[in-house]
Design a protein around this ligand. Structure first.
Ligand code: 1CP
Length: 347
C-alpha cells in the first residue's frame, strides 16, 4: 500500500481519520499465549530481542489477532544502554537490572563505538517486520522507538526500575556535569539508533519518556524537553517528514509546552490526562494519542465499552490515534482486546 494511504500515517500527519486508527502500547507480550510460547523457546528476553526471525514474529502476532493499524518493533528501551556496553539482565519477576552508572569511571566504560554493531540484529528485525507487513498487513504502519534520554538515564543510574529513581534525580542536581554528559551521550546514541530504524523501514518513531513526570518543571525542561528537542532536530535534518510521537508520561499541564518545544507532530497522553483538556490546550495541528486505562481492558465488559466510547466522543473531529494511557498489563484477557478493537472500529 502507498504509505501516504495508511490510516495511522495519515492521522500522525494531522488528519482527523475516523474511525481513528489504533495500536496499543506493549501490544506484543505476556498477555498473549503465542508470545509466552515463543518466549519459552527463545530463552532470555535479550536473546529474544536479538533474534530477528523471532522478534519479527512477536511484533506481528498482535496484528494477526486484532488487526491493529500499527506494529511496534519488539525490543526494549534498555537495548541502548546494553548496546553502549552497560551490563543488563532481565530477572524474572523483577524487571530489568543494570550495573549502575553513578560516577565518572562507570561513565567512561560506556562505549558508543559499540553501538552500531550491537544494534545490528534489532535493525534486521525492523527490515523483517517491514517485509512482513507488506505481505500480510499492508495497511499497517511500522513504528520504531527509543526511550528518551532522561528515562533511559533513570534506569542506567538507578540500576533497576520500579521505584522513584532517587539516585538518578539526585545526580541531576548534585552532579549536573556528569548527568549532562550521560544525557548527551544518550542523545547521540538515540539519534543514531532511530535513524537506523527509519533506514530499515520504520515509518514513524516514538520517544518514550515514561518517567519525565518525576521532575519539577525547570528540571523537566532541562532534562526531558531539551534533550528530546535535540533528538528531533537531528532526525529532522535527515528525515524531515517522518512522523514523530512523544510520550512525556505524567507531564500534566506541561504537555502542550512539550509538544511545541520538542517539535513532535503527535503527543501521547497518559492515563491520568483529561482528553478534553488536551483537546482544548494542545494546538489542533498536533495529533493526540492515547489514553484508555490499561486496567479497564483487564476488567472488560460494560466498563471498558463506556470508557472507550467516552474517549472516542472526546476525540471526534481531532487528529487522533486510539491507544492506551500506558502499556497493556499481563493479566489482560486477549478477548477483551478483541472487543476493544471492535468498539474502536465502530468509531
Ligand atoms: O519478561 C518479559 O517478557 C519481558 C517484559 C518486557 C517486554 C515484553 C520488557 C522488560 N520490555 C518489553 C517490550 C517493550 N518495552 C516494548 C515492545 C513493544 C510493544 O509495545 O509491544 C516497548 C515499546 C517497551 C518500552 C519500555 N520498556 C518502556 C517505555 C514504555 C513504558 O512502559 O513506560 C519502559 C519504561 C521499559 C523498561 C522495561 N522493560 C521491561 C520492563 C518490565 C520494564 C519496566 C521496568 C519498570 O517497572 O520500571
Amino acid at each position: 500500500m502507498d504509505p501516504v494511504q495508511k490510516p495511522l500515517l495519515r492521522a500522525l500527519a494531522g488528519e482527523a481519520v475516523w474511525p481513528p486508527p489504533f495500536w496499543l502500547m506493549r501490544q506484543a507480550g505476556r498477555y498473549l499465549p503465542e508470545y509466552r510460547q515463543l518466549r519459552a523457546q527463545a530463552g532470555d528476553f535479550i536473546s529474544l530481542c536479538n533474534n530477528p526471525p523471532l522478534a519479527a514474529e512477536v511484533t506481528l502476532q498482535p496484528l494477526r489477532r486484532f488487526g491493529m493499524d500499527g506494529a511496534i518493533l519488539f525490543s526494549d528501551i534498555l537495548m541502548v544502554p546494553w548496546a553502549l556496553g552497560q551490563g543488563l539482565r532481565y530477572a524474572e519477576g523483577e524487571g530489568p537490572l543494570l550495573e549502575p552508572v553513578r560516577d565518572a569511571e562507570a561513565f567512561a566504560r560506556l562505549d558508543p563505538s559499540m553501538l552500531r554493531g550491537k544494534i545490528a540484529s534489532i535493525i534486521e528485525t525492523v527490515s523483517r517486520v517491514s517485509a512482513g507487513l507488506a505481505a500480510e498487513a499492508p495497511k499497517a504502519a511500522l513504528i520504531g522507538f527509543a526511550g528518551s534520554p532522561f528515562t533511559v538515564a533513570c534506569y542506567m543510574v538507578e540500576g533497576k526500575g520500579g521505584g522513584e529513581f532517587a539516585h538518578a534525580r539526585r545526580m541531576a542536581y548534585g552532579d549536573p556535569v556528569l548527568f549532562g554528559k550521560l544525557i548527551r551521550l544518550l542523545v547521540d546514541a538515540t539519534v543514531e539508533y532511530l535513524l537506523a530504524q527509519a533506514d530499515a523501514g520504520a515509518e514513524a518513531l516514538m520517544l518514550f519518556d515514561s518517567w519525565a513526570g518525576l521532575l519539577p518543571p525547570n528540571q523537566f525542561r532541562r532534562w526531558s524537553i531539551e534533550p528530546s528537542a535535540a533528538i528531533v532536530r537531528a532526525i529532522r535534518k535527515v528525515r524531515p517528514d517522518i512522523p514523530l510521537i512523544g510520550f512525556p508520561r505524567l507531564a500534566g499541564p506541561l504537555l502542550p509546552e512539550y509538544a511545541a518545544r520538542v517539535g513532535v507532530g503527535t503527543v501521547a497522553m497518559d492515563t491520568g490526562m483529561d482528553p478534553r483538556w488536551a483537546v482544548a490546550n494542545v494546538p489542533p495541528g498536533i495529533t493526540l494519542q492515547g489514553n484508555l486505562d490499561p486496567q479497564v481492558v483487564v476488567a472488560g465488559g460494560e466498563a471498558m465499552e463506556a470508557e472507550a466510547r467516552a474517549l472516542l466522543a472526546a476525540m471526534r473531529g481531532r487528529p487522533f490515534v486510539f491507544n492506551l494511557g500506558h502499556g497493556i498489563v499481563p493479566p489482560t484477557p486477549p478477548e477483551h482486546v478483541g472487543a476493544l478493537a471492535r468498539i474502536i472500529r465502530m468509531g
